[in-house]
Design a protein. Structure first.
Length: 327
């Protein structure tokens, strides 16, 4: 890690264009994650499909009957479509079809750089001419889904797990970790905007949400102990989205909300339109939308402890190779 930073210390003064080129590829290229045993088992029961988006191969999977209303699952950075496989069984049992995909540069899809606009274009291409019933998204996938909505995607219901407000701000700890000069970051930004055909300034999720002409009912689940995306981001998005419900958990961290049984049940209940009134999820105002006021869910035991960044070397490793925890 120190060697990589040393490379930038040498290259930036003499070849700023080259330093920006390398930094852009490090920042926008997701590390490849392994598929879990549960994910493999779930995908084995699905119908695999492929399509081309921006001249790149995308791989996806579908479960359920052809004429069933479809729920789309959108994963986050450095993850896979199978990350949200825990939602498939209850949705299928409720009579819904389920579709997921590996985003550009992820999983079984074509390798290379990726971004939120590319994720959004992929979601739109996977949906095609059909009208999805709902979208369940995690982390960066929430930003991509919101962007796709601003482009005309229509859904009946949305569920966001650990959504970020301002993804472009992720460049700041990355730049600090590599010791990037401001002019190198500016070159990186300008180059990436030309490549992805989108401005960083237009990727703020709250701003996009406020510009939407219609707002589907939205459930946000965010953990107070999220080590990657602050719980405050979930609160801010709930406040910017008319009628949104915010469910707060404790002890699950960033990725635990994707497979915790209680979270899965709550999200599926919301998506399929069922109202569950139980002591576990009761709130003073009942089950009506709380207009952004956080609902206190019970503490839920985490499956693993959050990763702690203790020093500069660990921070650099975290930013470059564990970016699924950042997004």
């Amino acid at each position: 890690m120190k060697a990589l930073r040393a490379v930038f210390d040498i290259v930036q003064p003499v070849w700023p264009a080259g330093a920006a080129w390398l930094a852009e590829r490090l920042f926008f290229t997701p590390p490849r994650s392994k598929r879990s045993a549960n994910g493999r088992a779930a995908l084995a029961r699905a119908r695999r499909f492929t399509l081309s988006v921006d001249r790149r191969r995308v791989v996806g999977w579908r479960w359920g009957e052809p004429d069933a209303p479809v729920v789309y699952l959108v994963h986050g950075w450095a993850s896979r479509g199978s990350r949200l496989a825990g939602f498939t069984a209850p949705l299928l049992a409720a009579g819904y079809g389920v579709v997921t995909f590996d985003g550009p540069g992820h999983g079984e899809s074509a390798w290379g750089m990726s971004s939120i606009p590319q994720f959004a274009r992929t979601l739109a291409a996977v949906v095609g001419d059909s009208k999805p019933y709902a979208v369940i998204a995690h982390s960066m996938g929430c930003a991509a889904a919101t962007l796709a909505l601003s482009w005309g995607l229509e859904v009946e219901r949305l569920a966001f797990l650990a959504p970020p407000v301002d993804p472009p701000s992720w460049i700041q700890p990355f730049a600090r970790a590599l010791g990037l000069r401001p002019e190198i970051v500016e070159r990186l930004r300008a180059s990436s905007e030309r490549r992805i055909r989108f401005r960083w300034a237009d990727l703020n999720v709250c701003d996009i949400a406020r510009r939407l002409s219609a707002h589907a009912p939205l459930l946000i689940v965010h953990d107070r102990d999220d080590e990657t995306i602050s719980w405050d981001d979930g609160v801010a998005i709930a406040a910017a989205w008319p009628g949104a419900q915010l469910v707060s958990t404790d002890g699950l961290g960033h990725r635990g909300v994707t497979h915790n049984e209680d979270v899965v049940r709550r999200v599926v209940d919301f998506v399929v339109g069922e109202t569950v009134r139980s002591a576990r999820y009761a709130v003073a105002s009942g089950d009506a939308p709380n207009n952004g006021s956080p609902e206190r869910a019970p503490s839920i035991t985490a499956h693993s402890a959050p990763r702690t960044i203790r020093n500069e070397s660990s921070l650099l490793e975290h930013e470059l190779f564990y970016r699924e925890e950042r997004v």
